[in-house]
Design a protein around this ligand. Structure first.
Ligand code: 5AD
Ligand code: SF4
Length: 475
């Protein structure tokens, strides 16, 4: 066999399907990074893959159920490949794996690896163990599965290679886990208790991402504004406001965002960072869940509707162009029509520009799941429908109000139509414009001229669309 053939024989294809939140998107990238030295490169076709990872989400019942239906399809794919004399490693990662690892092994014995969100730095070892057990068993279909859903004492971040930038926008995980224990939520059980990465590690990772071409970094955490990582001067810890101020010193980092925040941790220093740091985008995802004080207390949120209002007004005071988005749950146990009206009232008062809303989904092991009485599904659905109509109208109103306005837009890649690029406004709206591909990565001034369902159309504010490629310097 010649060298090229040997390399081809060694190179393997990895398909990762990511469900759920941005933290999972980040984790999927890191799993690909740790597997790269084993010869795995990414593919977007599962039927072409030597290894498939389902990086799962357990937040609502629908999300977990999808995993088992996807596994059914993968079983057929794997059987076909094994019959053809080729192997396929199937791994289930993420929060369903953490919560239901043993059940997955029992219900889907063709799964080779089950791993929780805190152990993916050990994936190479797990792949080797799965392969060893296959060699011992003689046949891929009779190997023993590897289950690793520990919460190891050593943080996984210390064992991961430095991530590489993949385009002008990047995620950077700064905090993980949650100690808030909202009564409806599985996160404290699946992601474990709150952990903040040391500030020096985050700064190093951010510098690396910027050196690789990232111009916008979104700091991630389940409770990102509870960040309290060790500062470089040992004993002193940094809060998120301090971290953002230091990140803003990195040359070339033009935009900073953070998500997801909890109202309880929106401290004055972080609000002041919105005043002082121009790189911090004037858009914040700040879930309120409900507008009823009674329901907020039952959810163990630790804040009322007035606290939420106060935070929003403080933010708008320091950044009048600030826009808010939120998450909502309808039909939490005990929610009455009056409680729901309180939610609608708060939504109407605040005016959200983009939101996510869900029917309450009882999650096994969480306190709210066993509360009685639960709200009937039809009622949850009817309230969700009403709420979504209001939220949709607010989104459309905001988008329409952008027509005629000029924004800085970070161009991120090719758009839908030939000759178009797509980018992000400060408010995370997708903006399309006719532009030369050399502008990808540039922040340019665009005037919005049209609104589509979920995006905006724009023209160059200063009619430089035909500027030659050589002058496409970063703004
Ligand atoms: N049912 C419905 N929605 C939920 N969320 C979290 N847990 C549940 C649940 N059990 C929603 C919350 C949270 C978002 C990520 O998912 O609104 O902010
Ligand atoms: Fe879940 Fe509440 Fe923690 Fe958010 S703050 S992750 S909703 S428990």
């Amino acid at each position: 066999m010649g060298d090229t053939a040997k390399i081809a024989a060694r190179s393997k294809k990895l398909f990762i399907k990511t469900y759920g939140c941005q933290m999972n998107v980040y984790d999927s990238g890191r799993m690909a990074d740790v597997l790269a030295p084993l010869g795995f490169s990414s593919t977007d076709r599962p039927d072409d893959a030597d290894m498939v990872i389902l990086n799962t989400c357990h937040i609502r019942e629908k999300a977990s159920e999808k995993v088992f239906s996807d596994l059914g399809r993968l079983r057929v794919l794997k059987t076909g490949r094994v019959t053809a004399g080729r192997d396929m490693i199937i791994a289930v990662a993420g929060c369903v794996a953490q919560a239901e690892g043993a059940e997955i092994m029992a219900r889907a014995p063709f799964v080779d690896i089950v791993l929780g969100p805190q152990t993916y730095h050990r994936l190479p070892e797990m792949v080797a163990r799965a392969a060893r057990s296959r060699d011992e068993a003689g046949m891929p279909q009779s190997r023993r599965g590897v289950l690793d859903t520990e919460f190891p004492a050593e943080p996984k971040f210390d064992h991961l290679p430095a991530p590489k930038a993949d385009g002008p926008t990047a995620f950077l995980s700064v905090q993980e886990g949650c100690d808030k224990f909202c009564t409806f939520c599985v996160v404290p059980y699946t992601r474990g208790s709150e952990y903040s990465r040391p500030a020096a590690d985050i700064l190093r990772e951010a510098r690396g991402l910027v050196a690789g071409g990232a111009r916008e970094i979104t700091l991630l955490g389940q409770n990102v504004n509870a960040y309290h990582g060790a500062g470089p001067e040992a004993a002193v810890s940094w809060n998120l406001g301090r971290l953002i101020r230091e990140l803003a010193e990195i040359d070339g980092l033009a935009r900073i965002r953070y998500t997801t925040s909890h109202p309880r941790d929106m401290d004055d220093d972080l609000i002041a960072a919105h005043r002082d740091v121009p790189q911090l985008m004037p858009f914040l995802h700040l879930p309120v869940q409900s507008g009823s004080d009674k329901i907020l207390a039952a959810m163990n949120r630790g804040h009322g509707r007035d606290d939420y209002r106060r935070i929003v007004y403080k933010l708008k005071e320091v950044r009048p162009d600030m826009a808010l988005s939120s998450d909502f749950i309808t039909g939490y146990p005990g929610e009455t029509d009056r409680d729901f009206d309180d939610t609608l009232e708060l939504v109407n008062e605040i005016g959200f520009v983009q939101s996510f809303s869900f029917k309450y989904s009882p999650r096994p092991g969480t306190p709210a799941a066993i509360l009685k009485p639960q709200v009937a599904d039809e009622v949850k659905a009817a309230r969700l429908h009403i709420l979504q109509q209001v939220l949709d109208a607010q989104l459309r109103h905001f988008n329409t109000s952008c027509v005629g306005r000029t924004f800085d837009v970070l161009l991120t890649g090719r758009g839908r139509n030939p000759g178009q690029l797509v980018g992000r406004s400060p408010y995370l709206q997708a903006v399309h414009v006719l532009a030369d591909p050399a502008y990808v990565g540039a922040i340019v001034s665009l005037t919005v001229v049209s609104v589509e369902a979920y995006s905006l159309g724009a023209v160059w504010a200063d009619s430089r669309a035909s500027r030659p490629r050589t002058q496409a310097a970063h703004a």
